[in-house]
Design a protein around this ligand. Sequence first.
Ligand SMILES: [Zn+2]
Length: 434
Amino acid sequence: MKLTGNKKRLTPWLLAAIVTLVIAFVVTVFLSIHNLNPQKQIIITKKTAQIHTQPKKNSGTVKEVQQGDTLFVLNQKRDWYRVKLSNNKKGWVAISDSNKGQKSPATNLTATIRQDKTKLLLKPKEDSPTITTLKSGTKITISSEQSGWSQVRAGKKEGWISNRSIKMGSRKKIDAPLTNKLYARQNGTYIRAKAKRSSESIYTLTYGDELIYLGTKGDWYKVLSPDKQIGYLPNWTVNFSKPDKKAPYQISPLADKIIILDAGHGGSDVGAISNDGIIYEKMITLSSARFVEKALDKTGANVVMTRSNDTFVDLQEIPLRGELVNADVFISFHYDSSGLSNQATGFTTYYYHEKDIPLGEVINKHLEKNIPLVNRGVALGDFLVIRESNTPSLLLELGYMNNDLDMQQFITKTYQKLVAKSVTDGLTEYFESK
Ligand SMILES: [Zn+2]
């Protein structure tokens, strides 16, 4: 009797426990199927978007929301999200009006490196600075691809690798959710209104700033800025993973800057002539500009040459070019001449506009440090190419064509490389302090 009594009391308790477990299981399964994620938020990316009463375009509207507004998603039906509005009302918004409607740049394919010493580059181009080199067999994750290049993650580092150096893993996507977050990899990158350098900047990023990816346009990403504006930035200025605050990866302050190099004279305009009549200024200025171009390329700067061969360029046109590409700096290269042979010597840094004196001083300082000629200093020079330019501009006279000793120096590769180093170091210091 006592035993049966015990059993009778135990059975309902067991039943209750089983029922509770079953309910908990069903609820969990139900939630995982029907509720995407109660905390899921979306950001409106259209200038304005309508919140509809039904998940249909022609249904009535509850409210109009603005670009950058954040909404909580309750659930989803086809191409629509049911969202909660700030006034506790509910309604439907087209997914395509939000950041979730954009394809993620992250394809997250896995791959391995084909051979030792494969370079992980800062930008998708051969002469880009190297971030690190990778060993054969290193596992990487590809986050985006463009014209023969893959943007990859290898350990904690991110960069670009030529597709030739990569062996693709399975084409199956990784299960992990695709990220649509991007992070600024340097200070001072501009988000621009349009996908071009000359477009106005609408936001200046700080290292580590978080952005929402909205789309790709050539080498540019369309993004939502931290203050919820829509704009564009070059794809190499951002990471797909949150950068390590303790060990920021510094890229050259020259990366992304537009530098115009003007090799003085050219074509029928030979410039000054050496004492023996053999060497023309136009040859040496082109050589200098080319050496500087090479050195600047390694920093990630965008270099524009006013001429890259022996052609005549209309002086009136040169300042205009700077305006057209919205350059950061314009430098014109020249070699001097004096009334009498072998009388004057040295190099001079000319500016025209007072605002360009700091740039002149820093470049001149590095020239003095490196090149083996007398420093004639920073001086005001009324030259058309720097006078008519709104871009910070300098004109460098890097020695006297009609001084034999000067020429012995500046016709050497060593001298030209030192000019390139001075200009690059000077510009780096100039932009670092900005
Ligand atoms: Zn000249």
